[in-house]
Design a protein around this ligand. Structure first.
Ligand SMILES: [Zn+2]
Length: 226
């Protein structure tokens, strides 16, 4: 029953994501009126601070992470709008920026895979923000989104644990939920909103590699401070 509701919610979300984006003439960040057909006004777009590092490694250089920006300023506000204010257009705008900035990386990959959120977050928010970003990139690039990972609710178990134990705890939380597509010898791009400790990204990548994926590239909108 619960599963059925989630599947229906996902189909509805897919339809919402297909609705043609109608931009408002007021910037959602600074509230200034503007004429351009973009989500943000030119001033706010110019204030986005792009990540200086081309990419950075996690866990003994096993995986590399690319981030568009830092979790601060305009980028932080866009992510908050996407995650907590149901502003899916913020996600679509970030997706387009990701695509423009990392076009070469997208040429290398076979699938987009959204980092999973817990079922509880999904029910509270109504969508997975990483899935929203993936679907917009899919629309622009034609690269398929495979929503195949799931994350069990570990937040309660994480309280009071050391960084090492939290890292290990997440290993058990990430699983494959669907094996319909052949994954062997494919290159996947794991997409998430914010990179912080790297634990979720690392365990998602490990889970995908165990399923036969040849290589996982991790791409996040923002790099947070650890
Ligand atoms: Zn603005």
């Amino acid at each position: 029953m619960g599963k059925r509701i989630l599947i229906d919610a996902k189909n509805v979300l897919d339809e919402i994501l297909d609705i043609i984006y109608e931009p408002d003439d007021t910037c959602p960040i600074c509230s200034q009126p503007f004429m351009q057909k973009e989500y943000l006004c030119p001033n706010c777009i110019n204030e986005i601070k792009y990540c200086i590092e081309a990419c950075f490694p996690i866990e003994d250089k096993k995986y590399f992470v690319h981030s568009l920006s830092y979790f601060s300023g305009i980028t932080q506000r866009l992510i908050i709008n996407l995650k907590y204010r149901n502003d899916l257009n913020a996600g679509r705008f970030l997706a387009r920026l990701l695509y423009l900035k990392f076009k070469d990386l997208f040429n290398e990959i076979d699938f987009l895979i959204p980092a999973p959120c817990t079922e509880k977050s999904f029910q509270n928010r109504g969508y997975n923000q990483a899935y929203v970003i993936c679907k917009e990139i899919e629309k622009i690039s034609g690269i398929k989104t495979l929503d195949i990972l799931k994350k069990s609710n570990t937040s309660k178990d994480q309280i009071g644990l050391s960084k090492e134990k939290r890292w290990l705890n997440l290993e058990k939380a990430i699983e494959i939920k669907s094996k319909k597509t052949k994954l062997s010898s494919k290159i996947a791009m794991l997409i998430d909103d914010v990179f912080t400790t790297g634990a979720t990204s690392y365990h998602c990548a490990e889970t995908l590699v165990k399923e036969g994926i040849e290589r996982v590239i991790i791409l996040t909108v923002a790099k947070g401070s650890i």
